[in-house]
Design a protein around this ligand. Structure first.
Ligand code: A3P
Length: 286
């Protein structure tokens, strides 16, 4: 772990380029409104996909936000530096994203009625996506070999710590009807059906015509072609798409092209052990 690149905050490792002690404290003091909507993800689970989906669903399919505001400003990260700069510009109902585990959520979140969509992704695909992201993001340490990166991922020596801890914190959060769980795989398999679930959860009552329109504009291809969503506005020194595009493959199951059978056994045994005794079950087999 390269110390100059990361901050440690209540046991969590976060990149300094995008986070500061002040931004993390700003998040702690953030005042949630009852109609706020928060999408929570462990990194590489579909965060920017939700930054596309939420404004469209919340605004009846109006394309203006996704065509005029960069994703990191239209649906900002709760814990990142830019929130303080854009918070006053956010239209109501506000949409945010966060990689925080549940235990780091600010007090006002717990007392508000703000709704949460927790997006889960098969951790094997998360690891693959993260490996390539570490190659293209100039503000993250070099991932080393695939095998070395797997060790770091399993030990939680990566930004936002162990996937299992993140998952456990939100699966056990007992937020009742304030939280909805959805998987990346479900969205990849049938986006209109996933959008119907999201729209119902948020009480948006979108027509079938709008659902189809939103699905079209949130497709992998549309997002690849949307400069407000594909991070092409970020200088190459921070995100180098020649090394690996941010919108890389957009599929479920790419791990099959990367894991050896030994790595699969190692990965599965560590993750299974850490989830032993949990009352929730995983939506995919490991
Ligand atoms: P891959 O690297 O496997 O392609 P995050 O936004 O949390 O960092 O997650 C990034 C991952 O979500 C990347 O996965 C990216 O391609 C994928 N993604 C983003 N938008 C998507 C979409 N519309 N359809 C499918 N996958 C998408």
């Amino acid at each position: 772990m390269t110390e100059e690149m990361y901050l440690h905050y209540h046991g969590l490792i976060v990149p300094k380029e995008t986070h500061s002690y002040e931004s993390l404290e700003f998040a702690q003091g953030f005042k949630f409104e009852d109609d706020d909507v928060l999408a929570v993800t462990y990194p590489k689970s579909g965060t920017i996909w939700m930054q596309e989906i939420l404004p469209l669903v919340l605004n009846g399919g109006d394309l203006t936000p996704i065509h005029t505001i960069p994703n990191w400003e239209r649906v900002p990260w709760l814990e990142e530096k830019q929130l303080a700069r854009v918070v006053d510009k956010l239209a109501s109902p506000r949409a945010l994203v966060s990689h925080f585990p549940y235990n780091l959520m600010p007090p006002s979140f717990c007392t508000s009625k703000a709704k949460v969509i927790y997006v889960m992704r098969n951790p094997k695909d998360i690891m693959v996506s993260s490996y390539y992201f570490h190659q293209m993001a100039g503000f993250l340490e070099d991932p080393g070999t695939y095998d070395e990166f797997m060790d770091k991922f399993l030990e939680g020596k990566v930004m936002f710590g162990k996937w299992t801890d993140h998952m456990k914190s939100w699966r056990n959060s007992e937020l009742g009807d304030r939280i909805m769980y959805i998987t990346y795989e479900e969205m990849a398999q049938d986006l209109p059906a996933a959008l119907r679930r999201i729209s119902d959860f948020l009480g948006c009552n979108l027509t079938e015509e709008v659902i189809q329109k939103v699905a079209e504009h949130c497709s992998f291809k549309s997002m690849q072609n949307n400069n407000m969503s594909n991070f092409s506005l970020i200088p190459k020194v921070y995100l180098d798409h020649d090394k690996s595009p941010f919108l890389r493959k957009g599929i479920a199951g790419d791990w099959k092209n990367h894991f050896s059978s030994e790595q699969l056994t190692r990965f599965t045994s560590v993750i299974s052990k850490e989830l032993e005794g949990e009352s929730f079950s995983l939506p995919w087999s490991l």
